[in-house]
Design a protein around this ligand. Structure first.
Ligand code: HEC
Length: 95
């Protein structure tokens, strides 16, 4: 179920041609990681704004390899290549 969600989410953002691919992919992150709050609530994931590009990149690589255990970031991270992870981390820390 979560895998299906992640795949369809990736498909949906790839279909949006009005943004460059990295920005479109990164926009999918904000549905769970709100852009401005430090932490939306105790249960949910925090904002990515407090992290550096390198921290986001390392976290995604660790989730993808299974080195870091999560509830759904592991499945989500598996949908992205090394280059896509690097590009998204840059976009997410640009603003
Ligand atoms: C469906 C909700 C959801 C989406 C979409 C999502 N995340 Fe997450 N994220 C989480 C949750 C929940 C965690 C906490 C770890 C876990 O349980 O998997 C997390 C954790 C993280 C962490 C670690 C944060 C920290 O403080 O160490 C990073 C980095 C991260 N996500 C990046 C991203 C990026 C980049 C994207 C977009 C590709 C993204 N997330 C999309 C839910 C989501």
């Amino acid at each position: 179920m979560a895998l299906v969600f992640a795949v369809s989410l990736a498909g949906a953002v790839h279909a949006d041609n009005s943004l460059d691919p990295a920005t479109a992919m990164a926009s999918a992150c904000s549905s769970c990681h709100s852009a401005h709050s430090v932490s939306s609530d105790a249960e949910g994931p925090g904002s990515l704004a407090a992290l550096t590009a390198n921290e986001i990149e390392q976290a995604l690589l660790a989730f993808r390899s299974g080195e870091r255990v999560g509830t759904l970031m592991n499945r989500l991270a598996r949908g992205y290549s090394d280059d896509e992870i690097t590009a998204m981390a840059r976009v997410l820390t640009k603003q």
